[in-house]
Design a protein around this ligand. Structure first.
Ligand code: ATP
Ligand code: ZN
Length: 210
């Protein structure tokens, strides 16, 4: 029988909580460091440690059966996967922010503006749904410096406390989506006894926390 595989983030904001929830399920495994795959000692499961951006595709293609990743990444990568369970961590909002000095008030005033982002898919869907034509500047990180450098009029990014915005002379303008970490599975995969047991354990860990 094929060993079940679950993909989680290798390092970053979701890593610690992903490891914690699996450990709280009673799974014993080495936390990556030496290897990008860990075998669970007391359950027929392997853990793959990946960059979060790659997780939806691994799960979509069935290379991993399960995954833990932010909803924002699933939507951005357009992956076709099944949602099994919201996990209650990694919560954040994706917002459009503008310069402090910019005095626009309505979203239609974004028409014709240049917006820097690492989330072009989510942004373009939002703009399209609101009948706005704007220029999307796709950059991979530190989008907040864009407006100060004259690269863009606005940015679209993950905002949590808002302090990064403030430090770069920006203010939130409109919230486009809220996201949290979710447990996903390959579409159409067989929900065998092991999968059901694992999902059941994850759900009881979540219930115990609530
Ligand atoms: P990787 O190296 O795996 O590609 P990354 O740098 O792209 O990592 P992180 O910054 O670790 O990603 O964020 C991972 C996910 O954590 C985000 O996609 C989002 O779902 C969630 N998240 C929650 N709060 C925040 C936040 N304040 N800033 C960024 N991401 C957050
Ligand atoms: Zn990433």
């Amino acid at each position: 029988m094929k060993t079940l595989k679950i993909a989680i983030q290798k390092s970053g904001r979701l890593n610690e909580k992903s490891v914690e929830i699996l450990k709280n399920c009673g799974l014993s495994f080495e936390n990556y460091k030496s290897s990008l795959i860990s075998k669970v000692g007391n359950f027929p499961l392997e853990i793959l440690f990946l960059r979060d951006d790659d997780i939806p595709e691994y799960v979509q293609d069935g290379i991993a059966d399960l995954g833990i990743v932010g909803e924002n990444i699933i939507i951005e990568t357009n992956a076709k996967v099944s949602y099994l369970q919201k996990l209650g961590f990694g919560k954040c909002s994706l917002k459009i922010a503008i310069k402090n000095t910019c005095d626009i008030n309505e979203i239609k005033e974004l028409e014709g503006k240049a917006i820097a982002t690492s989330y072009p898919v989510i942004l373009s869907r939002y703009l399209k749904a609101n009948n706005i034509t704007a220029q999307i500047r796709n950059i991979s990180g530190s989008v907040e410096i864009g407006p100060g450098l004259g690269l863009s009029d606005a940015i679209f990014d993950i905002v949590s406390t808002g302090s990064t915005l403030k430090n770069n002379g920006l203010k939130p303008f409109v919230s486009v989506m809220d996201s949290e970490a979710v447990l996903i599975s390959t579409q159409g995969m067989e929900l065998n006894a092991e999968v059901l047991e694992l999902v059941k354990r994850i759900q009881s860990v979540l219930r115990a926390k609530a």
